[in-house]
Design a binder for this molecule. Sequence first.
Ligand code: ZN
Ligand code: ZN
Length: 351
Amino acid sequence: MSEARLARLRESISSMGLDALVVAKIENVRYLSGFTGSSAIAVVTPESAVLVTDGRYREQAGRQAASWEVVIYAVNIMDAIAGALEETRSLGLEDSSTIAFQSRLANALAEKHIEFTDAVVERLRAIKEPGEIDAIRGAVACARHAWETLLPMIQPGVSERQLAAGLDYRMMSAGADKPAFDTVVASGPNSSMPHAGITDRVLEQGDLVVIDFGALADGYCCDVTRTVCLGEPDPEALEILEAVHLAWEASFAVLAPGVAVAEADQAARDRLAESGFAEQFVHSLGHGVGLEIHEKPTLSRLSKESFEAGMVFTVEPGVYLEGSMGVRHEETVLLTEAGPEVLSRDITSAK
Ligand code: ZN
Ligand code: ZN
């Protein structure tokens, strides 16, 4: 696994006219090397792949990144990185690294040419391998188990906090390492805020409840949102539930390899405009999902990317009526040559 990914990375590095890449984002280090610890730097040249980490990870790095040269630093990580780059004249450094890291590396490598690179490894990660898709399916299974066993609890009288804790507990009991992000339970008027957290508000009959959750299992995330109505929705709630449903279907219908990502976002926006909610969809349509909860591709109007087979991403239109109520529907979707597959489709409120 590591060898094929390294080969693709080396192609990218040489196509940029560079001799090496210093990888600082820990998810990228994991993707390339297999090392799952929380602190390491990867240095990749045409001939070498060096994992620089500290003594806590000596044994783990040796096992997980077996084909890599593991360098354990005791005092100064920059000396260890410089040592791995002795033969190198020009190198790339991820622009997502911290300013402090960038300036320390520039000082340590004062005689070398350093370029900041944008999403080199992230672009490779956007196309998932079968093993990665299996891991995401595993995360979905944890989320589904949690959802199915939580459903009877979603009743008037329970608080947002209790529901969120219940979901997190159930996902982990089902095998998740942790929630993929802070679980959102936004009920009643709180549902009009797309990124509401949780409060102690107690659910009431007639509420719309937006529940946004996902599991992280075996390193990979999933992400779904369900909107539940306690009792019969009133006419306004019914209207936005229907509008979001139609927008989701409209954007889903567009998904195919080769199609501009921005088109899917636009399809949802156009459909919501037809329903009279052009101004109430206040975020982009979705985002890639993998080792990180938000990764490439970004499904927005501004995106220049096109869909490719192997991408896994969310489709999540929403309508938010300020101070009143909101609805979002989100699925984690895999795109294949044959078309899109909704990985999270079994997480359903219907029995
Ligand atoms: Zn979500
Ligand atoms: Zn999402």
